[in-house]
Ligand binder design. Sequence first.
Ligand code: SF4
Length: 310
Amino acid sequence: MWSDIKEIQSTDTNVKKFVFTKDSAVAESVLYKYPTYEDRTVICCSTQSGCPVGCRFCGAGDNFVRSLTSEEIISQPVHLLETTNVDVKDIGRLQIMFMSMGEPFLNFKNLKIALNKLHELYPNAALLISTSGPDVDSYDELISLSVEIPKIGLQFSVHESSDEARNKLIPFAKKLTLSKIAEVGTKFHSTTGRKAFFNYCVHEKNNTQEDADRLLELFNPTHWEATISVICERDEHIAAANKRQEELALDFTTELANRGFSTRVFNPAGQDDIGGGCGQLWFVQEWMRNNPDKAKPSIGRGKEIIHCPA
Ligand code: SF4
Protein backbone atom coordinates (compact mmCIF):
# COMPACT_ATOMS: atom_id res chain seq x y z
CA MET A 1 0.00 0.00 0.00
CA TRP A 2 2.56 2.61 1.20
CA SER A 3 6.32 2.17 0.95
CA ASP A 4 6.93 4.27 4.06
CA ILE A 5 4.90 5.58 7.00
CA LYS A 6 6.58 8.13 9.28
CA GLU A 7 5.22 8.83 12.72
CA ILE A 8 6.10 12.23 14.15
CA GLN A 9 5.37 12.97 17.79
CA SER A 10 4.67 16.55 18.85
CA THR A 11 6.04 17.88 22.13
CA ASP A 12 2.33 18.09 22.91
CA THR A 13 1.79 14.43 23.67
CA ASN A 14 -1.85 14.64 22.62
CA VAL A 15 -1.04 14.87 18.91
CA LYS A 16 0.95 12.87 16.35
CA LYS A 17 1.42 13.33 12.65
CA PHE A 18 1.73 10.47 10.13
CA VAL A 19 3.26 10.89 6.68
CA PHE A 20 2.46 8.15 4.16
CA THR A 21 4.61 7.97 1.07
CA LYS A 22 5.07 5.83 -2.01
CA ASP A 23 6.64 6.54 -5.34
CA SER A 24 3.46 8.03 -6.79
CA ALA A 25 1.94 9.96 -3.87
CA VAL A 26 2.16 11.45 -0.38
CA ALA A 27 -0.58 11.72 2.25
CA GLU A 28 -0.70 13.11 5.77
CA SER A 29 -2.91 12.27 8.72
CA VAL A 30 -3.07 13.64 12.24
CA LEU A 31 -4.11 11.75 15.38
CA TYR A 32 -5.37 13.60 18.47
CA LYS A 33 -6.46 12.38 21.88
CA TYR A 34 -8.61 14.41 24.29
CA PRO A 35 -7.27 13.63 26.89
CA THR A 36 -7.05 9.84 26.29
CA TYR A 37 -7.83 7.76 23.20
CA GLU A 38 -10.57 6.05 25.18
CA ASP A 39 -12.24 9.37 25.98
CA ARG A 40 -12.04 10.96 22.57
CA THR A 41 -9.97 10.19 19.47
CA VAL A 42 -9.87 12.51 16.46
CA ILE A 43 -8.27 11.65 13.13
CA CYS A 44 -7.79 14.04 10.21
CA CYS A 45 -6.95 12.20 7.00
CA SER A 46 -6.26 13.06 3.36
CA THR A 47 -8.42 12.38 0.32
CA GLN A 48 -5.98 13.62 -2.33
CA SER A 49 -2.21 13.94 -2.68
CA GLY A 50 -1.72 17.69 -2.91
CA CYS A 51 -4.84 19.64 -3.77
CA PRO A 52 -6.03 21.38 -6.94
CA VAL A 53 -8.10 24.00 -5.08
CA GLY A 54 -5.11 26.12 -4.07
CA CYS A 55 -6.44 27.92 -0.97
CA ARG A 56 -3.93 30.63 -0.20
CA PHE A 57 -3.49 29.72 3.46
CA CYS A 58 -2.85 26.03 2.81
CA GLY A 59 0.43 24.20 2.42
CA ALA A 60 -1.23 21.46 0.35
CA GLY A 61 -2.63 23.94 -2.11
CA ASP A 62 0.55 24.69 -4.07
CA ASN A 63 0.60 21.42 -5.96
CA PHE A 64 -1.58 18.53 -6.99
CA VAL A 65 -0.31 15.01 -7.59
CA ARG A 66 -3.43 12.84 -7.84
CA SER A 67 -6.56 11.70 -6.05
CA LEU A 68 -6.02 8.92 -3.53
CA THR A 69 -7.62 5.54 -4.12
CA SER A 70 -10.31 4.39 -1.69
CA GLU A 71 -7.79 1.92 -0.22
CA GLU A 72 -5.29 4.71 0.35
CA ILE A 73 -7.93 6.79 2.14
CA ILE A 74 -9.12 3.86 4.29
CA SER A 75 -5.57 2.83 5.17
CA GLN A 76 -4.90 6.10 7.03
CA PRO A 77 -7.47 5.83 9.87
CA VAL A 78 -6.92 2.07 10.02
CA HIS A 79 -3.19 2.58 10.59
CA LEU A 80 -3.63 5.43 13.07
CA LEU A 81 -6.15 3.48 15.14
CA GLU A 82 -3.82 0.46 15.22
CA THR A 83 -1.09 2.62 16.75
CA THR A 84 -3.31 3.65 19.68
CA ASN A 85 -3.34 0.07 21.05
CA VAL A 86 -6.90 0.75 22.13
CA ASP A 87 -9.85 -1.41 21.18
CA VAL A 88 -11.92 0.88 18.96
CA LYS A 89 -15.08 -0.33 20.67
CA ASP A 90 -13.73 1.22 23.90
CA ILE A 91 -13.41 4.71 22.40
CA GLY A 92 -16.17 6.90 23.82
CA ARG A 93 -16.06 9.44 21.02
CA LEU A 94 -14.33 8.70 17.71
CA GLN A 95 -14.24 11.25 14.90
CA ILE A 96 -12.68 10.60 11.49
CA MET A 97 -12.43 13.84 9.55
CA PHE A 98 -11.69 14.16 5.85
CA MET A 99 -9.96 17.48 6.12
CA SER A 100 -6.18 17.04 6.17
CA MET A 101 -5.25 17.30 2.50
CA GLY A 102 -7.35 17.35 -0.65
CA GLU A 103 -10.85 18.40 -1.57
CA PRO A 104 -13.15 15.46 -0.70
CA PHE A 105 -15.76 16.33 -3.32
CA LEU A 106 -13.15 16.30 -6.09
CA ASN A 107 -12.58 12.63 -5.24
CA PHE A 108 -16.12 11.72 -4.29
CA LYS A 109 -16.21 8.32 -6.04
CA ASN A 110 -13.37 7.01 -3.85
CA LEU A 111 -14.52 8.91 -0.77
CA LYS A 112 -17.93 7.24 -1.00
CA ILE A 113 -16.33 3.78 -1.04
CA ALA A 114 -14.17 4.80 1.93
CA LEU A 115 -17.17 6.13 3.90
CA ASN A 116 -19.04 2.86 3.44
CA LYS A 117 -16.04 0.76 4.41
CA LEU A 118 -15.07 2.86 7.43
CA HIS A 119 -18.64 2.79 8.70
CA GLU A 120 -18.59 -0.99 8.38
CA LEU A 121 -15.25 -1.21 10.25
CA TYR A 122 -16.02 1.41 12.92
CA PRO A 123 -19.78 1.88 13.30
CA ASN A 124 -19.22 4.15 16.32
CA ALA A 125 -17.12 6.65 14.31
CA ALA A 126 -18.46 10.03 13.25
CA LEU A 127 -17.35 10.57 9.63
CA LEU A 128 -16.97 14.29 9.01
CA ILE A 129 -16.45 15.77 5.56
CA SER A 130 -14.99 19.23 5.39
CA THR A 131 -15.23 20.83 1.97
CA SER A 132 -14.38 24.09 0.23
CA GLY A 133 -17.57 23.60 -1.80
CA PRO A 134 -16.52 22.87 -5.40
CA ASP A 135 -19.32 23.16 -7.95
CA VAL A 136 -19.95 19.43 -8.50
CA ASP A 137 -23.03 17.21 -8.78
CA SER A 138 -22.23 14.95 -5.81
CA TYR A 139 -23.96 16.81 -2.94
CA ASP A 140 -27.30 15.05 -3.42
CA GLU A 141 -25.51 11.68 -3.48
CA LEU A 142 -23.73 12.57 -0.25
CA ILE A 143 -27.01 13.64 1.36
CA SER A 144 -28.63 10.31 0.36
CA LEU A 145 -25.62 8.42 1.74
CA SER A 146 -25.86 10.45 4.95
CA VAL A 147 -29.40 9.16 5.44
CA GLU A 148 -28.12 5.57 5.10
CA ILE A 149 -25.08 6.28 7.32
CA PRO A 150 -26.30 8.48 10.17
CA LYS A 151 -22.72 9.15 11.32
CA ILE A 152 -21.81 11.38 8.35
CA GLY A 153 -21.42 15.10 9.02
CA LEU A 154 -20.89 17.95 6.56
CA GLN A 155 -18.86 21.11 7.04
CA PHE A 156 -18.12 23.89 4.56
CA SER A 157 -14.94 25.95 4.75
CA VAL A 158 -16.48 29.40 4.38
CA HIS A 159 -13.86 31.66 6.02
CA GLU A 160 -15.22 34.94 4.64
CA SER A 161 -18.66 36.54 4.73
CA SER A 162 -18.74 37.70 1.09
CA ASP A 163 -18.05 35.91 -2.19
CA GLU A 164 -15.66 38.68 -3.19
CA ALA A 165 -13.39 38.16 -0.18
CA ARG A 166 -13.75 34.38 -0.40
CA ASN A 167 -12.71 34.35 -4.07
CA LYS A 168 -9.41 35.94 -3.08
CA LEU A 169 -8.78 33.37 -0.39
CA ILE A 170 -9.98 30.33 -2.35
CA PRO A 171 -9.08 31.11 -5.96
CA PHE A 172 -10.44 27.84 -7.42
CA ALA A 173 -12.99 29.18 -9.92
CA LYS A 174 -15.44 26.27 -10.12
CA LYS A 175 -16.91 26.55 -6.64
CA LEU A 176 -20.31 27.24 -5.12
CA THR A 177 -21.26 30.75 -4.10
CA LEU A 178 -21.99 31.31 -0.42
CA SER A 179 -25.73 31.34 -1.08
CA LYS A 180 -25.47 28.01 -2.95
CA ILE A 181 -23.49 26.57 -0.03
CA ALA A 182 -26.29 27.75 2.27
CA GLU A 183 -28.83 25.88 0.10
CA VAL A 184 -26.83 22.63 0.22
CA GLY A 185 -26.36 22.78 4.00
CA THR A 186 -30.03 23.54 4.55
CA LYS A 187 -30.97 20.56 2.40
CA PHE A 188 -28.49 18.39 4.34
CA HIS A 189 -30.18 19.35 7.61
CA SER A 190 -33.74 19.07 6.30
CA THR A 191 -33.02 15.59 4.89
CA THR A 192 -30.83 14.08 7.61
CA GLY A 193 -31.96 15.99 10.71
CA ARG A 194 -28.31 16.87 11.42
CA LYS A 195 -27.16 20.46 11.15
CA ALA A 196 -24.43 21.40 8.70
CA PHE A 197 -21.39 23.36 9.92
CA PHE A 198 -19.66 26.35 8.43
CA ASN A 199 -16.02 26.80 9.32
CA TYR A 200 -14.70 30.34 9.70
CA CYS A 201 -11.04 31.28 10.27
CA VAL A 202 -11.10 34.63 12.00
CA HIS A 203 -8.59 37.36 11.26
CA GLU A 204 -8.48 41.11 11.78
CA LYS A 205 -10.31 41.92 8.54
CA ASN A 206 -13.25 39.51 8.74
CA ASN A 207 -14.40 39.84 12.36
CA THR A 208 -16.72 42.86 12.29
CA GLN A 209 -20.37 43.11 13.32
CA GLU A 210 -21.17 43.38 9.59
CA ASP A 211 -19.39 40.07 8.93
CA ALA A 212 -21.41 38.39 11.67
CA ASP A 213 -24.64 39.94 10.30
CA ARG A 214 -23.86 38.76 6.76
CA LEU A 215 -23.19 35.23 8.03
CA LEU A 216 -26.54 35.29 9.81
CA GLU A 217 -28.29 36.41 6.61
CA LEU A 218 -26.67 33.54 4.69
CA PHE A 219 -26.73 30.71 7.22
CA ASN A 220 -29.87 30.19 9.23
CA PRO A 221 -28.95 28.92 12.75
CA THR A 222 -31.92 26.55 12.49
CA HIS A 223 -29.93 24.60 9.91
CA TRP A 224 -26.34 25.59 10.64
CA GLU A 225 -23.76 25.47 13.40
CA ALA A 226 -20.53 27.46 13.36
CA THR A 227 -16.95 26.22 13.79
CA ILE A 228 -14.59 29.09 14.51
CA SER A 229 -11.01 28.11 13.73
CA VAL A 230 -7.84 29.67 15.05
CA ILE A 231 -5.62 30.39 12.07
CA CYS A 232 -2.73 27.95 11.62
CA GLU A 233 0.20 29.50 9.83
CA ARG A 234 1.34 27.31 6.97
CA ASP A 235 4.94 28.44 7.31
CA GLU A 236 6.92 26.57 9.94
CA HIS A 237 8.90 29.71 10.86
CA ILE A 238 5.79 31.55 11.97
CA ALA A 239 3.97 28.52 13.19
CA ALA A 240 2.53 29.48 16.53
CA ALA A 241 -1.11 30.39 16.54
CA ASN A 242 -0.63 33.33 18.86
CA LYS A 243 -2.66 34.59 21.73
CA ARG A 244 -4.12 37.39 19.63
CA GLN A 245 -5.52 34.91 17.10
CA GLU A 246 -7.12 32.91 19.88
CA GLU A 247 -8.70 36.06 21.27
CA LEU A 248 -10.02 37.04 17.84
CA ALA A 249 -11.59 33.61 17.46
CA LEU A 250 -13.18 33.70 20.91
CA ASP A 251 -14.57 37.24 20.44
CA PHE A 252 -16.12 36.35 17.10
CA THR A 253 -17.54 33.16 18.55
CA THR A 254 -19.41 35.32 21.06
CA GLU A 255 -20.75 37.49 18.22
CA LEU A 256 -22.13 34.43 16.46
CA ALA A 257 -23.51 32.92 19.66
CA ASN A 258 -25.33 36.22 20.28
CA ARG A 259 -26.95 35.78 16.88
CA GLY A 260 -28.32 32.36 17.78
CA PHE A 261 -25.60 30.03 16.45
CA SER A 262 -24.41 26.97 18.24
CA THR A 263 -20.64 27.39 18.10
CA ARG A 264 -17.41 25.51 18.73
CA VAL A 265 -13.82 26.70 18.55
CA PHE A 266 -11.21 24.64 16.73
CA ASN A 267 -7.63 25.23 17.82
CA PRO A 268 -5.58 22.19 16.78
CA ALA A 269 -2.65 21.05 18.89
CA GLY A 270 0.82 20.49 17.49
CA GLN A 271 0.91 23.61 15.32
CA ASP A 272 4.29 24.74 16.58
CA ASP A 273 6.52 21.74 16.06
CA ILE A 274 4.90 19.21 13.71
CA GLY A 275 2.49 21.33 11.68
CA GLY A 276 -0.48 19.66 13.34
CA GLY A 277 -2.86 22.41 12.24
CA CYS A 278 -5.01 22.48 9.13
CA GLY A 279 -3.16 23.60 6.04
CA GLN A 280 0.30 23.42 7.57
CA LEU A 281 1.41 20.14 5.91
CA TRP A 282 5.14 20.83 6.14
CA PHE A 283 6.15 17.28 5.25
CA VAL A 284 3.94 17.30 2.19
CA GLN A 285 5.53 20.54 1.06
CA GLU A 286 8.95 18.92 1.43
CA TRP A 287 7.87 15.85 -0.60
CA MET A 288 6.54 18.17 -3.32
CA ARG A 289 9.85 20.04 -3.46
CA ASN A 290 11.70 16.72 -3.79
CA ASN A 291 9.36 15.37 -6.47
CA PRO A 292 8.86 18.25 -8.91
CA ASP A 293 8.16 15.82 -11.78
CA LYS A 294 5.06 14.44 -9.95
CA ALA A 295 3.68 17.59 -8.37
CA LYS A 296 1.83 19.78 -10.86
CA PRO A 297 1.05 23.40 -9.87
CA SER A 298 -2.54 23.60 -8.60
CA ILE A 299 -5.20 25.03 -10.87
CA GLY A 300 -6.45 27.32 -8.17
CA ARG A 301 -3.10 28.77 -7.19
CA GLY A 302 -2.27 32.23 -8.48
CA LYS A 303 1.23 33.62 -8.50
CA GLU A 304 0.93 35.44 -5.21
CA ILE A 305 1.29 33.24 -2.14
CA ILE A 306 0.30 34.57 1.23
CA HIS A 307 0.72 32.87 4.57
CA CYS A 308 -2.68 33.18 6.14
CA PRO A 309 -6.09 34.63 5.44
CA ALA A 310 -5.20 37.92 7.14
S1 SF4 B 1 -7.57 24.02 2.48
FE1 SF4 B 1 -8.36 22.05 1.74
S2 SF4 B 1 -9.35 22.57 -0.22
FE2 SF4 B 1 -8.01 24.29 0.28
S3 SF4 B 1 -6.06 23.83 -0.78
FE3 SF4 B 1 -5.91 23.04 1.33
S4 SF4 B 1 -6.51 20.90 1.17
FE4 SF4 B 1 -7.25 21.94 -0.68
